[in-house]
Design a protein around this ligand. Structure first.
Ligand code: ADP
Ligand code: ZN
Length: 724
């Protein structure tokens, strides 16, 4: 957008939030430019906003209120303002709602707090006691310190220091109260890269000088992708730029930070939901000042105000956690690519199982493609075998088949670790009355209540509703008839405890009961070899190295395959590949056993054969034939309301108002994936178009013709994750 001519007497100011914006204000005698963070009057209150451009002139000049003040903070960088504008258009959201992702209030905008330190002053003290002499001697180094530090280092009382200050022998200097973040050192401790890693690192480093580019860094887990992109981060540091490493929240582990520290000599600035708000405000400010050079963060770190960002890494680029599903719905990987494009710098997408989107982009030459062929060092990919559950049935009421049981037994006898993977929290996913077949449902959502044994509760994983397990069936009244059906991790843990009472076991899941800290703790004990059998959900799939783990058992490999959504297949493949890859990462060979009812499915066959590319190629053909992404485009509209009649009526109106256009079709309304959620009824439309189609314009004109009534909420999801 345009810069603001000095002669202009008004500016437009964008306010964070859902209001249509920006609004015009008089400059109020301030010298303002795009990106400046200001306070403006809004009705009777003062609001925070960002100068967005010259005034639009929509309101006569005499009626404009003046900008009240400009904050003493660096302006939002132009690239970030451009990203906000572009993204608002792309995701069909008000620009202010997108701006809210990039802005922080309060402490972040106040000038940095100061504190007073003391150093040698111009005057000589009149009376020199031995204590005073010690302070004066120490002050020869020219450093500034707090009174307490002087006292401690010179072995004198604080009163002595105060006396010297009063005498003018020590003088005060104002310094920022918080020291800047430590500077990562690019030369701290590199590793000797293998020839393949070196070639990839050199290509990434060369890209730093080549403007915008996107590179898919593709290699199995353990092939050294992290070591390789660390070299590009180091080179970016040497050039004086800032770099951002985006990770799925779940992979932002202590282990990753320690690895970073081992490579660069200090921890990076961290940005994710576990970081305290006050600390995030400080980091935001340090990024804006250019002091924080490297940020490792979850998706929202993308909106930090880097003035000199020159490299973004998106690790585990295929991970669905990069998709923000609430509020402004966006995919952080895709937005990161745009930030790189707008900023004219390279972006690296790293994965062992690239998304179909990135895979096709690489295959069609829009992205560069770097491959790391093998695991680093002596580690080899685990041998993967399928267990056909139709033939190898577990004993009744149990879930581990005989071959899996035997394999665990063997690992235990060798003193090696096993991981049992099941992507289901709690004890049992379903509770059924054996008399009438009634299934216990959440009263607010269309989902079954999940049994949690430790907590003695049935819980809804969508809205948090909880109840005790009933003694009698709520439907037919039969006593003691409610039976747990199917396994969750707690139930597998019970089976394991029964089979191997001596083994040291633990559960790792994101469950409320165990909490993130306890999960972290379990993962660390696993890495330290203090656990024999770890039972975990997808939380164990990512980012961790367990050197003594030689067996991975997947309890239910079919989970996620029913329903026929091609994206669900893609995800299942990624997850299984990733989990299987946990085994045998050090010098001991590993093995993965997958229990399945569909051993002939090409997904299972590809996993077992370790043939990722064949799977991707086949899926790609299917997608192309169906015109599914990335060969076509989708947008989803989710309508929801607590009033079912209202949402139904609006859906009918909307269906009738759907525009006609060549290359676009509208499916729906249909019940959304969660047809009821938190007491609201949800319906979904899908817009499917050919690839080169302005799907946003289509959606915008449709909604303009038929806006939602007051009590219906409407959410637009461009490029939705699920296709059905
Ligand atoms: P990926 O990110 O592809 O999973 P990593 O970068 O985490 O792979 O590497 C896997 C393991 O191998 C790590 O422990 C890493 O430190 C080690 N490693 C990889 N490359 C080298 C190398 N060139 N020299 C020493 N260790 C390496
Ligand atoms: Zn619920």
């Amino acid at each position: 957008m345009d810069d603001i001519p000095a002669t202009a007497d008004s500016v437009s100011v964008l306010l964070p939030g859902g209001a249509p914006g920006p609004f015009d204000y008089a400059k109020g005698g301030l010298d303002l430019k795009r990106g400046d963070i200001v306070e403006v009057p809004l009705g009777r209150r003062a609001a925070l906003g960002v100068v967005w451009g010259p005034g639009t002139g929509e309101v006569p000049r005499e009626k404009l209120k003046p900008v009240a003040a400009r904050f003493d903070a660096p302006p939002l960088p132009a690239v970030l303002c451009d990203l906000v504008d572009w993204m608002a258009g792309y995701v069909v959201a008000p620009p202010g709602a997108v701006l809210a992702l990039a802005l922080r209030s309060g402490e972040a905008l106040a000038p940095p707090k100061l504190k007073t330190l003391y150093r040698r002053g111009p005057l000589e003290p009149a009376r020199l006691t031995p204590q005073r002499q010690r302070v004066i001697d120490l002050a020869a180094d020219g450093l500034a310190r707090t009174p307490a530090d002087w006292a401690e280092l010179a072995h004198v009382g604080v009163a002595t220091v105060k006396g010297l200050i009063d005498a003018g022998a020590l003088e005060g200097v104002e310094v920022p109260a918080f020291s800047p973040p430590p500077s990562p050192d690019p030369d701290h401790a590199g590793v000797d890269l293998s020839p393949a890693q070196r070639a990839a690192a050199e290509a990434l480093i060369a890209a730093l000088d080549g403007g915008f580019s996107a590179t898919l860094l593709d290699g199995v887990t353990g092939s050294g992708k992290t070591e390789t992109y660390f070299e590009a981060v180091a080179a970016c540091l040497k050039r004086g730029g800032q770099a951002l490493i985006l990770l799925p929240e779940i992979a932002l582990t202590h282990q990753f930070m320690e690895r970073f520290e081992a490579r660069f000599g200090c921890r990076p600035s961290e940005w994710h939901s576990d970081v305290k708000s006050s600390e995030r405000s400080r980091t935001w400010r340090q990024v804006a000042e250019g002091e924080a050079r490297i940020v490792v963060g979850a998706r929202s770190a993308l909106f930090l105000p880097f003035p000199d960002l020159r490299l973004v890494i998106v690790d585990e680029e295929h991970d669905s956690a990069f998709k923000q599903e609430e509020g402004v719905v966006y995919h952080a990987r895709d937005m990161a690519v745009m930030r790189a494009r707008l900023g004219g710098f390279p972006i690296v997408l790293a994965s062992a199982t690239p998304s179909l989107e990135s895979w096709v982009n690489a295959a069609q030459g829009r992205y560069r493609h770097l491959s790391l062929p093998a695991r680093f060092g002596v580690a080899v990919m685990p041998a993967i075998a399928l267990i056909d559950l139709r033939r190898q049935r577990p004993p009744s009421g149990r879930f581990l088949s005989p071959p899996l049981e035997e394999a665990i037994e063997t690992a235990l006898s060798r003193g090696e670790q096993s991981l049992l993977f099941l992507n289901r929290r709690g004890y049992a996913p379903l509770n059924i009355c054996q008399a009438c077949g009634h299934r216990i449902e959440c009263p607010n959502c269309s989902s079954w209540l999940v049994e949690h044994r430790f907590r003695m509760k049935l819980a809804c994983h969508h809205c948090g509703y909880e109840r005790a397990k009933p003694h009698a069936c709520p439907q037919c009244g039969a006593e003691n008839s409610i039976a747990s059906s199917g396994p969750g991790v707690e139930r597998i843990a019970e089976e394991v405890a029964h089979l191997w009472p001596e083994a040291r076991t633990a559960i790792a899941s994101s469950d409320v009961l165990h909490g993130p800290r306890q999960t972290q703790d379990a993962l660390e004990r696993m890495a330290a070899g203090q656990i024999d059998i770890l039972i975990g959900t997808q939380i164990v799939a990512k980012g961790h190295n367990f050197p003594n783990l030689t067996l991975v058992g997947v309890v239910d490999a079919d989970l996620g395959l029913s329903g026929g959504d091609p994206r669900a297949r893609e995800r299942t493949f990624q997850l299984l590949h990733q989990v299987a890859g946990r085994a045998g990462r050090a010098d001991k060979p590993g093995r993965a056993l997958l229990q399945t009812h569909q051993p002939d499915d090409r997904l299972m066959q590809a996993i077992a054969a370790g043939d990722r590319d064949r799977f991707l190629a086949a899926e790609m053909e299917d997608r192309e034939r169906l015109g599914f992404p990335p060969f076509g485009r989708f947008a989803a509209l989710i309508l929801s309301s607590a009033d079912e009649g209202l949402v139904d009526a609006y859906a009918r109106d909307l269906a009738a108002a759907a525009p006609q256009a060549d290359g676009a079709s509208v499916w729906g309304p249909a019940p959304a994936l969660m047809a009821r959620l938190r007491g609201r009824t949800r319906l979904r439309f899908l817009v499917k178009t050919v690839r080169n189609f302005r799907i946003q314009d289509f959606v915008r004109s449709w909604l303009a013709a038929c806006p939602p009534p007051g009590k219906v909420r409407l959410s637009v999801d461009i490029d939705p994750q699920s296709f059905l």
